[in-house]
Design a protein around this ligand. Structure first.
Ligand SMILES: [Mn+2]
Length: 273
């Protein structure tokens, strides 16, 4: 009898703990030719390691579908992917523009706009960061190597595994990113050839690469959005305690608790020049 009472008590405590876990929506890639929605498991594991419940969001076919799903989740991660269509910032495509996915651009924009309307926090990553900047009125370099004014640029399209930090970024001490990471310099991975050019109104640049390429933007306090140009989920998937903080921050902004991290620290951020 005693054991039964204890089991019930533990179950209630467990459910109570589970209730603290927010639902973290993750935008997915969309392939019309393959008829698939997909996303790297790095995002999923990063959310789980940070104490959130990952929910994959397939392409929204209209703004209502985006609003319905955003109404159910507690936060949004805008994941990486194709180049943003230059029409969204009033430009014609340059020769070096990569593949674009207009339907996904629309879906991601609806998700983002609804997240803001519903005051749901956002972490946008790589293409997600670029799309965030464009959605709120900013512009992009369509292709860093051929358009960025300062030469030479560091390698932003790394040829190494995404689990290897390839260049540094300098972090603005007066930023939410610094509050999370507590480091003025971070070693990051880099898998992009586009970057923020003109930052959107009410957003500010909070990290730049040594060549001046913008690597992170924030919309606080007007927009509950942090956008990073690199891929922290690769490190967070492996249990890197430092980079999991970025996802724990999203979980916290979504109303959840800081989880207990059991995984080992992979020490990616210790690599320095
Ligand atoms: Mn980079």
């Amino acid at each position: 009898m005693k054991r039964t009472i204890w089991s019930i008590a533990l179950l209630i405590i467990s459910i109570g703990a589970m209730a603290q876990k927010p639902l973290i929506g993750i935008s997915t890639g969309y392939s019309a030719s393959d008829n698939t929605a997909s996303v790297r498991f790095t995002y999923v594991d990063a959310v789980v390691n940070a104490g959130g419940i990952p929910v994959l969001i397939p392409l929204a076919k209209d703004s209502l579908a985006a609003a319905e799903v955003m109404n159910k989740v507690d936060a949004l991660i805008l994941s990486g992917g194709e180049d943003v269509h230059p029409f969204f910032y009033g430009e014609e495509p340059v020769g070096a523009l990569g593949g674009v996915n207009y339907e996904r651009d629309l879906s991601d924009r609806w998700l983002l706009q609804t997240a803001v309307k519903l005051n749901k926090p956002v972490l946008s990553i790589c293409r997600g960061e670029q799309l965030t900047n464009v959605t709120f009125g900013g512009t992009l370099y369509q292709d860093i190597p051929s358009q960025f004014p300062n030469r030479p640029v560091v390698q932003h399209g790394q040829r190494s595994s995404g689990t290897i930090p390839i260049h540094h970024v300098n972090v603005d001490k007066n930023s939410h990113l610094y509050e999370i990471m507590q480091q003025e310099q971070l070693a990051v991975n880099s898998s992009h050839h586009q970057a923020v050019k003109d930052v959107a109104p009410d957003f500010k640049v909070v990290a730049t690469a040594p060549d001046g390429v913008i690597e992170a933007i924030e919309g606080f306090p007007k927009y509950n959005i942090l956008g990073v140009q690199w891929h922290p989920e690769y490190f967070a998937q492996q249990g890197d305690k430092q980079w999991i903080k970025l996802f724990e921050d999203l979980v916290k902004r979504a109303g959840g608790n800081k989880p207990v991290i059991k995984e080992p620290n992979m020490n990616h951020t210790k690599i320095r020049k």
